[in-house]
Design a protein around this ligand. Structure first.
Ligand code: DHB
Length: 301
């Protein structure tokens, strides 16, 4: 499926996702009011990935609630992503999406691009408060969109919170926040907001995403599914996420680059790779990453 972020803000983009082979329609993170987001240029991509500081450009949650019944015609799960500026805003939007018929609600605790609003997910006390309160306002499946964690203890602590508060999915990872890409010719940052700082995605972040998926997989022990995100451009990339324990993947940077045709391409590539490697089902892959046992990594160039 698509990752919340690129090409999922406007009605025509959501319809294109409906017509594509994406397994679900994931909506751009919503706020209470419509927003035009940060100043342009706020997105840049190169062959290694992307950087963005979109600033939560979206139509406001009420518009997306109205769109949900229409989007249901495509017969696939509709997954709004909610990004409040306070707990009560999260509660209001989650209740509204529940009522509007969302199939899953993704709680985004990891937007890196709003000045003066640190990511909730880096504050474990606040995260606990948010997750338990949000859990009590809906019976719909709740996925939590998390930022990359770099210390194992943080991954372990967050995994405990997800289990304790009965979350139904962990989306790993959001972009690597407050990064910078420099254009050396011009001697300037490639995007304008936040003095050039933005969230990194694409190939740049795949090893970080896989490390997070693998640790969370081992902590969650299959009790909560993982949705992998960060650098999926090909069927083999998706396969790597499944090996590390993801059950689903989301596609952001590569979807923005290639458009909605990417979902059928990646499915075909994945099927071909699974046949080549003689796996009969994706269930034989999930979490089956092998660790090196000999003295050398067995790779011959
Ligand atoms: C935006 C970026 C994110 O990584 C996110 O999780 C939510 C919003 C943004 O800048 O719009």
């Amino acid at each position: 499926m698509n990752a919340s972020g690129p090409l999922c803000t406007f009605e025509n983009e959501l319809e294109s996702l409906g017509q594509s082979e994406s397994g679900a329609i994931v909506l751009k993170s919503t706020t209470m009011e419509p927003r035009t987001g940060n100043e342009r240029p706020k997105y840049y991509e190169n062959e290694h990935g992307s950087i963005n500081s979109n600033g939560l450009e979206n139509l406001g949650y009420q518009k997306y609630c109205e769109l949900i019944p229409k989007l249901k015609q495509f017969g696939k799960p509709i997954i709004p992503s909610v990004c409040g500026f306070s707990l009560s805003e999260f509660e209001t939007m989650v209740k509204a999406f529940d009522k509007a018929g969302a199939d899953v609600i993704e709680i985004n605790l990891s937007c890196p691009n709003i000045i003066g609003k640190p990511q909730v997910a880096y504050d474990f006390e606040q995260s606990e408060k948010y997750l338990s309160a949000i859990r009590s306002v809906t019976d719909k499946p709740l996925w939590v969109k998390l930022p990359p964690y770099f210390e194992l203890i943080h991954r372990q602590e967050m995994a405990k919170l997800l289990l304790k508060n009965k979350m139904d999915g962990a989306t790993l990872i959001n972009s690597v926040g407050n990064s910078i890409i420099v254009d050396p010719e011009k001697g300037q940052a490639v995007i304008k907001p936040k003095q050039g700082l933005g969230g990194l995605g694409g190939h740049y972040v795949k090893p970080i995403a896989l490390g997070n998926v693998w640790t969370f997989y081992n902590e969650l022990k299959g009790k909560i599914p993982i949705i992998g995100a960060g650098g999926v451009y090909s069927g083999k990339d998706a396969f790597e996420f499944f090996l590390c324990g993801a059950e689903m993947v989301q596609i952001g940077t590569a979807y923005k680059h290639e458009g909605p045709g990417i979902f059928s391409r990646i499915k075909k590539e994945l099927d071909a790779f699974l046949s080549l490697k003689k796996y009969s089902s994706i269930n034989d892959v999930i979490g089956k990453l092998k660790v090196v046992e000999g003295e050398e990594y067995g790779f011959t160039a």
